[in-house]
Design a protein around this ligand. Structure first.
Ligand SMILES: [Zn+2]
Length: 62
C-alpha cells in the first residue's frame, strides 16, 4: 500500500476489517486507475518540459 493508504487507515477508525469480493474488485480497479493517472501525468509533464526546452522557453518547467 502507498503512504496515502497508511496515513488514512488506522485500527481504531471503525472501518470494517473485511471487504466483499465486489468491493475488493472496485478497490483494485481504483488502484489501477490511480497508478495509470500518475504515470500519465509524469509522461505529460516530461513532454511539456521537452517541448518547452525545444521552444527555448522555461514557462512549463515547474
Ligand atoms: Zn462490498
Amino acid at each position: 500500500m502507498s503512504r496515502y493508504d497508511l496515513r488514512t487507515i488506522a485500527p481504531e477508525d471503525g472501518l470494517p476489517t473485511v471487504v466483499c469480493s465486489s468491493c475488493r474488485d472496485q478497490l483494485e480497479s481504483c488502484h489501477r486507475f490511480r497508478r495509470v493517472a500518475h504515470r500519465t501525468q509524469k509522461s505529460l509533464h516530461s513532454y511539456l518540459s521537452y517541448t518547452a526546452a525545444l521552444a527555448g522557453s522555461e514557462e512549463f518547467f515547474v
